[in-house]
Design a protein around this ligand. Sequence first.
Ligand SMILES: NC(=O)c1ccc[n+]([C@@H]2O[C@H](COP(=O)([O-])OP(=O)(O)OC[C@H]3O[C@@H](n4cnc5c(N)ncnc54)[C@H](OP(=O)(O)O)[C@@H]3O)[C@@H](O)[C@H]2O)c1
Length: 495
Amino acid sequence: MLQKVVRSTVIDAPVERVWAVLRDFNSHDRWHDVVAESAIEGGEKSDQVGCVRAFTLKDGNFIREQLLTLDDRTYKSTYCIVEATVPLQRYVATVTLKPVTDGNRTFWHWESTFATPPGRERELRDMVAQGVYEAGFENLRRHLRTGGDLRVGPSTGGGRGAAAGLPAALPLPTRRVVVSRYGGADGLRAEDGQAPPPGPGELRIRQRAIGVNFLDVYLRRGWIPPMLAEGGVPGMEAAGSVIDAGEGAAGFLPGDRVAYLGPQPGAYAGVRTVPAAWCVRLPAAIDDDVAAATLLKGLTADYLLHDLGRVQRGTRLLVHAAAGGVGLLLCAWARHLGATVLGTVSSEEKARLAREHGCQHVIVTRDARFADAVRQACGGADVIVDGIGADAQAENLAALARRGHWISLGQASGALPPIDADALLHKSASFSRPVVFDYVATPAELEQRAQRLWQAIAQRAVKVPPIERHSLESAAEAHRRLESRATTGALVLVA
Ligand SMILES: NC(=O)c1ccc[n+]([C@@H]2O[C@H](COP(=O)([O-])OP(=O)(O)OC[C@H]3O[C@@H](n4cnc5c(N)ncnc54)[C@H](OP(=O)(O)O)[C@@H]3O)[C@@H](O)[C@H]2O)c1
């Protein structure tokens, strides 16, 4: 009769980190105390299905095991004994990992079936359950706690990186979305890729939620080639947990929940390696999808209101796309500051939402006609936040109050034609063309703005916009909806 042994545990580390160790079929002599020496036969790679590991135990026994399956998506591997001096017959084992949803921990399930010589069932069951599995759980915990997994390379043949004095962590497999060709959303394609180990000052992050921004659409269309070439991965922000940290990534540890935004695209991926200087730690109250929905857009609202626009009680602020991601955050925060908030939207449904988020005067227009309505409502706008671009140029000038400030934030309707400086003259108006990354250029400034945003959300000065979720693989659908003006609030890709 076949014997069955099943053991499971929870490891206090993210699933990717545990898997990075266990998927290496030749890693066990680095972390499991019962194993003396191990090598992969025939110079094959240690994650190659079919490879055989030959190892000795510290008690002198010798075992050869073959890797039967390895699945990086489900974190599952199967292997069997092909030869052993211990009497385990027809031994087949499966290792399965699952992320624990509450925190950054890993559920590890280890089971096997095997036959034994008659009368030795109990002895061999206990040996596998306690000597191999339960001891293995403890040994791996210690290995991770002491960072033993962070500086060792993949092993092949008889030797391995660490033994050969070539420390290097493993690249991790990941799904990612690339712009296969500039143009429509159909050019977005999901594929397999790798996230390199973190270099000095870098973090490798298991991303759970990725923010979609209109900038991603410009990049996909090929409007800013120096920023994203064809074949590149778009996306400027995400949230998740740290898998591993490079040297000098001060203040971050594996398992930390973080979010980031950065001036180089590449966020449409399950795992990404980024400079720690782009990252902030997340408070427990901010979920990953809320962070991905609000970080870039909320810090944009922060610098527009507090720095560039200097919005305060009584400021007449006009927000275009008031029911969009940036728009709703701006309306709510500006209202909290005591501004008079006006906004444009393209439908009654969007108008309702903008009002709920603090916009007092909502102008419904699909073709960027709003100047008359603004003048009627308040005489003119002191500050205009314009993400529309081409279609709204003339109306923006007409809607500005004397000494008004027109902030050109984006160009959802097309590139803004050059501005004639004299057009600003007759109202002593000013014009700015800012980018959020210049307002979070140092870790200190990023941290300060992020803290202000989390606090504003906690105190309900800012209402979190509705979040529309798509899977990472459905990024093209998210883009189609965003650029067809079908969405309200923020879009997030769930990895
Ligand atoms: N410079 C920066 O620092 C910075 C940072 C973040 C965002 N941005 C810019 O801020 C703007 C808003 O970004 P977001 O990500 O929050 O997007 P969003 O506002 O959620 O979506 C764009 C909205 O623009 C409006 N729109 C007007 N004309 C359009 C057109 N021809 N095609 C498509 N949409 C049109 C639509 O709202 P209606 O249907 O209601 O008109 C649409 O929902 C974008 O221009 C973006 O590039 C700039």
